[in-house]
Write a protein that binds this ligand. Structure first.
Ligand code: UT7
Length: 325
């Protein structure tokens, strides 16, 4: 019998501190930079984001999301035989956030590692977990996106500080004799490293370079629109499906204009688009599983629906996963 993988539970967690555009604008203005709620909403669709308190790490958010996903799947920590955390804001340089999370969940022995593909991290992690399940290496995986981007924001840069937030989303992905994940498509092009990066490193006990997020927003915007359409079409072709088969489009939640542009290119009506960017901001690798869990818990997404998940971000990386939920 052919072996597939299927999502059996979703979960998410947002740190309690909700920061509105008005608060962000007041802080920027106090620092001498002009901005407004109106500019942020019109250009991005973002109205609020959540920021984690000092001392809270990506593994803490991941633990809350993972426990919720396991509860939804009826899985116990001891049932999990693979943990993949997608993050660009790990607790430490090493060990991986996945290993730290594994210990917090009270599990030992199963493989645990991080995936670093910035905002495409979750679709990368889901694709790797799907492959490891299909080859029989794992049967019940935790796949998580968890980020604390507030730690790497430059609060004197109005072009980036208003865009990002913190949070985590998780799924349990299980072996199944029916799909599940129908097709995946991953890409990267390292010549675009400079348009979205945190150009700092640790050396000799000191930070070298600038450990804060830098982005050429317009360059990222243009690339994102093109590759998201390509990845969606390639994934549909691999699964021998068409746009008409998509019940819900869950793109990376970075900018409502990019998301609407992608839906339009795929000729999908806007009510098939899952939108959480207004309340979460851009939570990088966490944005897709956070949006997925929010839509599942609100009753929008139902068992059997066909979902197109799409990520795009620093690297430059991009990819898509088509699945029956
Ligand atoms: O997560 C990975 C994926 N990331 C993304 O997908 C982000 C992609 N990029 C974007 O979402 C958009 O490019 C931004 C939201 C970052 C910027 O929107 P834009 O419509 O491309 O604006 P812009 O960069 O063309 O800037 C327009 C103007 C500029 O002023 P001038 O040069 O026209 O005087 C900016 O300096 O808006 C100015 N501006 C702001 N004004 C008020 C930039 N940020 C702000 C701000 N408040 N926060």
């Amino acid at each position: 019998m052919k072996r597939y993988s299927r999502i059996t539970g979703t979960g998410s967690f947002l740190p309690p501190r909700r920061v509105t555009n008005a608060e962000m604008a007041a802080d920027l203005v106090a620092r001498g930079h002009e901005t407004s709620d109106q500019w942020i909403v019109e250009r991005t669709g973002i109205r609020a984001r959540h920021f984690a308190d000092v001392g809270v790490n990506a593994s803490d958010l991941a633990e809350r999301a993972a426990r919720q996903a396991m509860e939804a799947a009826g899985a116990k920590p001891q049932d999990i035989d693979l943990i993949i955390v997608a993050t660009s804001t790990p607790d430490m340089v090493f060990p991986s956030t996945a290993c730290i999370l594994q210990n917090k969940l009270g599990i030992a022995g199963c493989p645990a590692f991080d995936v670093q593909a910035v905002c495409s991290g979750f679709v990368y992690a889901l694709t790797v977990a799907d492959s490891l399940i299909k080859t029989g290496t794992a049967s019940k995986a935790l796949v998580i996106g968890s980020e604390i981007f507030s730690r790497i924001l430059d609060f004197n840069d109005r072009t980036t500080s208003v865009l990002f937030g913190d949070g985590a989303g998780a799924v349990v992905l299980e072996a199944s004799d029916t799909p599940g994940i129908l097709a995946t498509d991953l890409h990267a092009d390292g010549k675009h490293v400079g348009i979205l990066c945190v150009p700092g490193s640790v050396s000799g006990g000191k930070v070298l370079g600038e450990p804060l997020l830098r982005m050429d927003g317009q360059a990222v915007f243009k690339l994102a629109i093109g590759v998201l359409e390509d990845a969606a079409r390639a994934t549909l072709a691999k699964a021998e499906k068409t746009e008409a088969d998509i019940d819900w489009l869950i793109p990376h939640q970075a900018n409502i204009r990019i998301m609407q542009g992608t839906a339009k290119k795929l000729k999908l009506s806007m009510d098939k688009l899952i939108v959480t960017v207004d309340q979460h901001g851009n939570t990088s690798a966490a944005s897709i599983p956070l949006a997925l869990d929010t839509a599942v818990r609100s009753g929008k997404i139902k068992k059997g629906d066909t979902l197109m998940l799409e990520g795009v971000g620093g690297g430059f990386t991009w990819g898509a996963v088509l699945l029956d939920f």
